[in-house]
Design a protein around this ligand. Structure first.
Ligand code: GLN
Length: 357
């Protein structure tokens, strides 16, 4: 009974004294308690990363899609969005780049939402290939494409083929609507990028044909490749991508519009695939460095999610050998370090202060 306890405590004040002394003698917690960063600290972290990497010249635009080679390599935008819907930005927020492989996350979300997590586990699977995103060897090496995941091309084209809709148009509308819900605005295809990739995507057509031959794509592989190509050409800026990432950080609810883009219960499955395969064959290095589920695209976009804390995105076209934006990886890693974003980094369990994470 609370009244008994308080009566006893007041009756024996020395007991309180002993308890307080024992508390004072306790060893400090083994991990540091961390207050949620203030808005000024968040902005400062973005500004510092922007200043540090603005003039970095490493990496090269993707050029296997001709339109991507023409994008200004100087474009550099950073945005971070918190679950309460605050948007932080630094650098270029107006230039739109093609979303490319970052779209794979949101089409995956659509299919998990409609078909369930078991469907994706079965086909295309959720195992990292450890190979390049458009590797054909990755299809061949294990039982006819069965060691695959939705974030590399064979698995992504398969995932696109699983989106519901009676016609190509209905499938496309479902995919675009899902991207719109995550971004919180109506997005549009960069037609020059779509055209350029559609004219040069013979390799992806071959990948689609193989996945069809092996039974992963059930029908009409060329339609799946075409819709996949279109989804990769959706135009986004750094802020759009950050809101999309923050929607995942916020349990599937867009923190700016308040719309539930995917059921909360499915978010962990999406994040798990991002953690294992989001940066292709460099996913391990990235997770080792940051602990953050993330996804890159050859247009230069990179999103990362710190569950419950923030979604972050950088747009910067020059890529490293694995096809990941150089400046984006560095900037996100620095900012996440500064804000305590790594979900694997232990924090004190003492939540007495109310704002300790
Ligand atoms: N549209 C690109 C392709 O299929 C996407 C690749 C990527 O961003 N890694 O090649």
């Amino acid at each position: 009974m609370p009244s008994n306890i308080s009566r006893r405590a007041t009756a024996r004040p020395w007991l309180i004294g002993i308890a307080l002394a024992a508390l004072a003698l306790q060893p400090p917690p083994t991990v540091a308690a961390q207050r949620a960063p203030s808005p000024a600290q968040i902005q400062q972290a973005l500004d510092a990363a922007y200043a540090k990497y603005k003039d970095l010249k490493e990496g090269k635009n993707a050029d296997y899609i001709p339109a991507l080679a023409k994008v200004d390599p100087q474009v550099f935008g950073i945005s971070l969005v918190t679950p309460d819907g605050k948007v932080y930005t630094a650098g270029d927020l107006t230039t739109e780049v093609s979303i490319q492989s970052v779209s794979k996350v949101f089409t995956l979300a659509r299919v998990i939402q409609d078909e369930g997590e078991a469907a994706i586990l079965k086909n295309p699977g959720v195992d990292a290939t450890g190979m390049k995103f458009n590797s054909i060897v990755a299809i061949e090496k294990d039982k006819e494409g069965s060691e695959m995941n939705p974030l590399v091309n064979p698995g992504a084209i398969t995932t696109t083929s699983m989106v519901r809709g009676g016609s190509a148009d209905a499938v496309w509308k479902a995919i675009l609507q899902t991207h719109d819900d995550f971004a919180g605005r109506r997005l549009a295809v960069l037609e020059d990028v779509y055209k350029s990739e559609a004219e040069t995507n013979q390799r992806n057509q071959a990948i689609g044909a193989l996945m069809y031959a092996y039974g992963h794509i059930k029908a009409n592989p060329s339609q799946a490749v075409d819709i996949y190509t279109r989804q990769c050409a959706i135009g986004v800026n750094a802020k759009d991508l950050a809101i999309m990432a923050a929607t995942l950080a916020n349990g599937g609810k867009n923190p700016v519009t308040g719309k539930q883009a995917i059921d909360q219960r499915h978010v962990p499955a999406v994040l798990a695939v991002m953690a294992t395969a989001g940066l292709y064959d460099d996913s391990g290095k990235w997770l080792y460095r940051t602990g953050l589920p993330a996804k890159s695209g050859v247009g230069g976009g990179l999103i990362a999610v710190s569950p419950g804390k923030f979604g972050i995105a950088v747009v910067s076209p020059p890529l490293d050998e694995a096809g990941n934006s150089v400046r984006a990886q560095k900037a996100i890693a620095d900012i996440s370090d500064a804000l305590g974003g790594n979900p694997y980094a232990p924090r004190a369990m003492n939540t007495a202060a109310g704002d300790v994470r």
